[in-house]
Design a protein around this ligand. Structure first.
Ligand code: BYC
Length: 331
């Protein structure tokens, strides 16, 4: 890739080799990298990509659950779901702000999402057909999100790691509310239990796909681990998720839809069946069951919210002019 051991040697991106070594030494010493610090272009680009995709996932992730706010079965359930969906909007905002510290604008990220160019998590391209899907999303999707995001609290980039600490606190409430919905349904009438099982059947495999491709097919994994953006590989986190979730399903009497699922004493974890990667890539490339609807809904919200952005800009301009006028008057 680039020559080794030469003083002042340049990498392909024109970065000084000594600079890259100094940067890696800071990472290895567990120092946090802050927005005004020098950083390799690849590090900056990787973070913009990952944080941007993460922010889009939160914002698009509001849609499948938002679909059930008006139909939640009780006032208590409605209040909890409303709070959860609002939290997700908040997570999107912290994350867009964290990405902005790297020199990309929120407008640019939004344009890329609306143009179908930016990725967001595959999981949000599946429909929410019954109330049990809201339970399954909280339990499995937020459960998978926590497994992935707890290590991100130790990410080497300061603003991302700090945003993740708050996000994870909220995600843990989300996971519990989902599991509690599943528990209630699983202990209810036979129709309710069937509904819970059906939701588990539909959300199990897409939840495993959330962790990304196998390590052997993960393009960014190794470099992101070296830079301590990621602390564990996709397969490691997926395995931890399966190990944690299977006993939870057993506890409420639901069955994981995988005939190959089996405890492996030697590895102290579950073996599980093959993931349908064709389905994963179909969804990631825009051809999942709900991709078009999700982007259309975001585009509509963006267009309908234009007046809010205009009003906020006009208000900010007025405040700035007023502050400028009082500064001149004071001189
Ligand atoms: N869906 O080299 P890899 C939430 C892409 S929000 C779509 O392993 P990396 C919640 C990947 O981007 C959940 N695409 O990548 C919200 C890459 O493509 P590009 C979102 C995926 O980055 C509301 C290519 O595949 N969480 O929890 O090292 C309600 C190769 O992958 C997916 C985050 O975003 C996928 N599932 O690892 C409820 C967490 N997986 O970019 C819940 C932060 C992979 O080269 N992100 N791809 O075009 C991460 O931890 C990492 O980015 C990933 C992927 C583990 C997802």
């Amino acid at each position: 890739m680039y020559s080794q051991g030469l003083i002042g040697a340049q990498t392909e991106t024109g970065e000084d080799e000594a600079f890259l070594e100094r940067f890696q030494a800071r990472i290895d010493a567990e120092e946090k990298i802050e927005p005004t610090d020098d950083m390799p272009e690849g590090y900056r680009r990787t973070l913009i990509r990952q944080i941007g995709q993460h922010a889009h996932s939160e914002i698009v992730g509001m849609l499948p659950e938002g679909n059930w706010i008006t139909r939640a079965p009780t006032l208590k359930r409605k209040a909890a779901l409303l709070a959860k969906v609002q939290d997700e909007g908040g997570h999107g905002l912290y994350l867009y702000s964290a990405a902005e510290t790297l020199g990309v604008s929120r407008e640019q990220m939004t344009e890329e999402l609306l143009a179908g160019k930016a990725k967001y998590s595959s999981i949000f391209n599946y429909p929410t057909l019954t109330w049990a899907d809201i339970g399954a999303i909280g339990w499995l999707v937020d459960g998978a999100a926590i497994m992935n995001q707890i290590p991100l609290c130790r990410c080497s980039y300061g603003p991302y790691s700090r945003a993740m600490i708050r996000v994870c606190k909220e995600e843990s409430f989300h996971q519990r509310q989902g599991y509690e919905i599943m528990m209630t349904l699983a202990r209810g009438s036979s129709e309710q239990k069937e509904m819970a099982q059906d939701a588990l059947n539909r959300w199990w495999w897409p939840s495993l796909m959330m962790f990304g491709p196998h390590d052997t097919d993960s393009v960014h994994g190794d470099q992101s681990m070296r830079w301590k953006i990621k602390r564990f590989s996709n397969d490691e986190l997926r395995q931890r998720f399966v190990n944690a979730t299977v006993p939870q399903a057993e506890f409420i009497g639901l069955e994981i839809p995988d005939p190959d699922l089996k405890w492996n004493e030697e590895k102290q974890g579950y073996d599980f069946g093959p993931i349908d990667w064709d389905e994963f890539w179909r969804v990631v490339r825009g051809n999942g069951p709900m991709n078009r609807e999700r982007i259309a809904a975001r585009r509509k919200a963006h267009e309908e919210g234009a007046w809010v952005r205009e009003a906020a800009n006009a208000h900010a301009a007025k405040r700035k002019a007023r502050a400028e006028a009082s500064r001149i008057a004071a001189e």
